[in-house]
Write a new protein. Structure first.
Length: 201
């Protein structure tokens, strides 16, 4: 890889729920101390007829930090694969951890050469995403950098992250992400909504 080349990303805000995002891989997180499953993990579990809950009850998954499982979805989700990641304890989950979980999840997907990622905010309520915007963008940049450093220039492709955010929250989330990108990303990360993507395509 020659000097100056970098992996880039596009954050696409979508009001589709995670199970309806037609990406190469869907990503959801869950906590050790939070049952039943909530957010994207809860919706995926419902579509998988309780398959995730059964894995937890059997001991295959616990939710501890660093844990990850790749699951084939068949037709249950629009994505063919689900990456379920552990987020640790809910009561100790903070902005720093949120950024680190973003980095780790994106890096895992890109190392699998899956560049179109559907993502439910990891451990963050939709209306709280703006407060986490700076650490989420930093996590994305760190994940991109880690993968770019280990690939040849021929292997670099733009990553597309479809972030599931209700329509009512998208304006605030977009403003916060754009401000964070302006400060940190230097053009490496772009923020769009579904309508703009359709126009560009």
């Amino acid at each position: 890889m020659t000097t100056g080349e970098a992996q880039t990303a596009q954050i696409l805000l979508t009001d589709r729920p995670l199970e309806r995002v037609a990406s190469e891989i869907a990503v959801a997180g869950f906590f050790v101390d939070e049952r039943p499953l909530r957010g994207g993990a809860g919706r995926a579990d419902w579509r998988l007829c309780g398959g995730l809950s059964r894995r937890i009850l059997s001991g295959d998954l616990s939710g501890k930090t660093g844990e990850a499982m790749l699951i084939a979805c068949g037709r249950a989700l629009a994505a063919q694969r689900l990456l379920l990641v552990g987020l640790g304890d809910r009561h100790t989950y903070d902005r720093m951890r949120a950024g680190e979980e973003m980095r780790a999840a994106l890096e895992r997907c890109l190392r699998l050469r899956l560049r179109h990622v559907g993502l439910a905010p990891l451990g963050i309520a939709p209306d709280d995403v703006p407060r986490h915007a700076s650490v989420l963008v930093r996590g994305i940049l760190d994940g991109l950098s880690a993968v770019a450093a280990s690939r040849s220039s021929e292997g670099l492709l733009p990553a597309r992250i479809e972030l599931c955010v209700p329509r009512s929250e998208q304006a605030g989330v977009r403003r916060a992400l754009e401000a964070a990108c302006e400060k940190q990303a230097q053009g490496a990360v772009e923020v769009l909504t579904n309508g703009e993507e359709a126009q560009e395509g």
